[in-house]
Design a protein around this ligand. Structure first.
Ligand SMILES: [Zn+2]
Length: 105
């Protein structure tokens, strides 16, 4: 018996890297001005002309942001946030110790 049912999906290292490197802000330009919005917002409002600018796709194509949305939905479950917080702390310690191991010279 497998500990978890292994789904028939392929998750590439490339996808994981894209998730890790997703900018925390999206830069939108309109009327010659730049504004920053959450990468998860579907619309931005131009401060100059007030236009609503679509910044996220509604199409069937799955984007990185949709992966985050799925995780956020999971995190809405009871206990999930606590589990996620603990994992984040563990990952933080892991990356800190990895940095310590990098020779400096
Ligand atoms: Zn505008």
């Amino acid at each position: 018996m497998e500990p978890q049912d292994h789904l028939n999906i392929t998750i590439s290292e490339d996808l994981l890297e894209k998730i890790r490197s997703l900018p925390v802000q999206r830069i939108v330009e309109h009327c010659g001005i730049r504004m920053t919005v959450s990468p998860f917002d579907f619309y931005a409002e131009c401060r100059q002309c007030g236009s609503r600018i679509k910044v996220r796709s509604f199409s069937g194509a799955v984007e990185i942001e949709d992966v985050f949305d799925a995780v956020f939905e999971w995190m809405n479950r009871p206990i999930a946030q606590e589990i996620a917080r603990r994992r984040q702390m563990a990952l933080d310690e892991d990356s800190a110790s990895t940095i310590d191991q990098i020779p400096t010279g």
